[in-house]
Design a protein around this ligand. Sequence first.
Ligand SMILES: Nc1ncnc2c1ncn2[C@@H]1O[C@H](COP(=O)(O)OP(=O)(O)O)[C@@H](O)[C@H]1O
Ligand SMILES: [Mg+2]
Length: 229
Amino acid sequence: MIEARNVMKTYGSGDNVVHALRGVSLSINAGEVTALMGPSGSGKTTLISILGGILSATSGSVRIDGREIVGLAEGELPALRRDLFGFIFQGFNLFPALTAAENVSVMCQLKHVPEPKKRALELLRMVGLEDKARTHPSDLSGGQKQRVAIARALAGEPRILLADEPTAALDSVSGRTVLEILSGLAREKGRAVIIVTHDPRVLEYCDRIVHIADGRVESDSYRTVEEVA
Ligand SMILES: Nc1ncnc2c1ncn2[C@@H]1O[C@H](COP(=O)(O)OP(=O)(O)O)[C@@H](O)[C@H]1O
Ligand SMILES: [Mg+2]
């Protein structure tokens, strides 16, 4: 689904140059939860931003369904992002002035989903928040906000979900609820789910663990049956 080959990313120039990615090759498959782990500053956020077409790579190749996105004109990326990806961030990024349902329906509108208000309520139901549709983010718990953010990311049925530290701000029960929803989307709906995380709880819910260190893939392995048991 996503094929990254020898992706490099440098920020800045001259004395201030930062080599955030030093040649990353990685393929992301449908129906799997991939955990991207690694120390702070290792390049995880840079990598998912490039995989998701938010940031352009300095060099290398990223193919999505066979289509090269590195070097694509700036103007072409927003449409690609809109059609293929759902993004979930640590900080939720909900609009404070809008209700839960409005936060989701705005994204449905942006993605040209028919009947956005109705669809927003369906998506909230999927994450168990139908009773919070009219509630504003300030009156929701952290776990509820993250579930609204997931509902919003699901607008337009994206095939790829990218989550950057989605459980970092959550207590253990709401963290698990969020992980159950994300892994269910991979297993039952065949979505590709990529979770950037430091959270060891994520390991129970992922199929594959990719460790990033100093801008490189240090290890990439599927969990074995023994680990799952
Ligand atoms: N916009 C930026 N400008 C300059 N350097 C950046 C920028 N974003 C990230 N970096 C640097 O790139 C490296 C990787 O950062 P990042 O991808 O955020 O890592 P992680 O998500 O693993 O913490 C770090 O050294 C960071 O300081
Ligand atoms: Mg990061």
